[in-house]
Design a protein around this ligand. Structure first.
Ligand code: DMJ
Length: 374
């Protein structure tokens, strides 16, 4: 199993179920799974292992077999929320200690190399980065999300997370946030450092649409003396562009990757695999601003999904967003239930339901209670 996917989907789902219901079987299962996953931190490598056999958890692979020299930042750096809450719920420190040591190693490396925006691959053989390429998409995304969310989960006490996140956001703005000639603000899929500054692509992955929600969350909860004025307007602008990637297609569904060029949006990889990130950002922006426009946008997207992707036993991936009706593939990722439908629903519910002051959602939208300082 992928350590990352099992942690953010299965472990987090069980823990969140326990947090909301206090139903003990959820915690028992989470502890069983957590004990197996814990081996991934203790395999003698630099970073947490990428693959693990849950039947025989000492059977580990430090890196994926197709990329033996490096570990992806998001695979390594998106587990500290889950293991911290497992420690809180069980009263056993070992989970939090292991995940925090792993996370702090990335943050320390980022600080010592003056790369606040940590590059997307880590060297599997030593505490170094394996590339200079930066991204807010696959292989990188949720590490940055967890920096802010750990600060919030700590009851806004842990400044190391906040300072690391703020540094990453400033550099993200320079390296990856771009404005198209049509006036749309997007987050480039990746960027390379060059002698004259950053070289960013003009493509944006749907995955990076979570950045709008993350910046809105930061703008709302980071105290005024630490907050930066560009966060909220940029959150709004990025989310507007993400919404446009849906609104402009014949199906009303967004492509997996788009190019922003000459005032237009061109689908590059035109399938829609039921991803949540735009609905997620609309949800946060609605909670933060109260503006009804975000509910309207969310409803429009939900209707397009319901119209085109609904299948006999659930929902299905659309193979082409530029055809109506789009051809479908018989597959549905777990994030459709955990994230996409949850954000589509929550935006229309009162903000007292799972209030953001008291709950922080992990990257798969499983809510964890904020640890209030005593
Ligand atoms: C989810 O599994 C998580 O949000 C992850 O961080 C990134 N991708 C998917 C949804 O697109």
């Amino acid at each position: 199993m992928s350590f990352f996917e099992t942690t953010i989907r299965a472990l987090a789902g069980l823990l969140s179920g326990y947090a909301l219901s206090k139903h003990k079987p959820f915690l028992d299962k989470a502890r069983d799974l957590g004990d197996r996953l814990l081996h991934a931190f203790n395999h003698g490598g630099v970073w947490v292992a990428a693959y693990i056999s849950l039947q025989n958890p000492k059977d580990l692979e430090a890196t994926p077999s197709w990329r033996t020299w490096s570990c992806a930042l998001s695979d390594i750096g998106s587990n500290v929320m889950e293991f911290t809450y497992l420690s809180e719920a069980t009263g056993e420190r070992k989970y939090k200690d292991a995940a925090e040591a792993n996370m702090r190693k990335i943050m320390d490396l980022s600080k010592s190399t003056s790369k606040p925006l940590a590059p997307m691959f880590l060297d599997a053989r030593g505490a170094n980065f394996a590339t200079g390429t930066v991204s807010m998409a696959a292989y990188a995304d949720s590490y940055f999300e967890y920096l802010l969310k750990m600060y919030l989960l700590s009851g806004r006490q842990d400044r190391y997370y906040l300072d690391t996140w703020k540094g990453a956001m400033s550099q993200m703005r320079d390296a990856l946030v771009r404005e198209s000639s049509g006036g749309l603000t997007y987050v480039a899929t990746n960027a390379e450092p060059g002698t004259l500054g950053w070289h960013a692509t003009s493509r944006m992955d749907h995955l990076s649409c979570f950045v709008g929600g993350m910046l809105a969350l930061g703008a709302h909860f980071v105290p005024a003396q630490d907050a930066e004025t560009w966060w909220l307007p940029t959150a709004k602008a990025i989310t507007k562009a993400c919404y446009a990637t849906y609104h402009q297609t014949p199906s009303g569904l967004a492509a997996e990757v788009n190019t922003f060029y000459s005032g237009k949006i061109f689908p590059e990889e035109s399938h829609y695999r039921l991803r949540p990130e735009t609905l997620e950002s609309l949800f946060y922006l609605h909670r933060v601003t109260g503006d009804e426009v975000y509910r309207d946008m969310s409803w429009e997207i939900f209707q397009a999904i319901n119209k085109s992707c609904r299948a006999k036993f659930g929902f299905a991936k659309a193979l082409s967003t530029s055809r109506m009706p789009p051809p479908l593939e018989d597959s549905q990722e777990t994030f459709m239930g955990a994230e996409t439908l949850k954000y589509a629903l929550l935006i229309h519910m009162p903000s007292e339901v799972l209030p953001l002051e008291h709950f922080v959602f992990n990257t798969e939208a499983h809510p964890f209670p904020v640890h209030l300082p005593s």
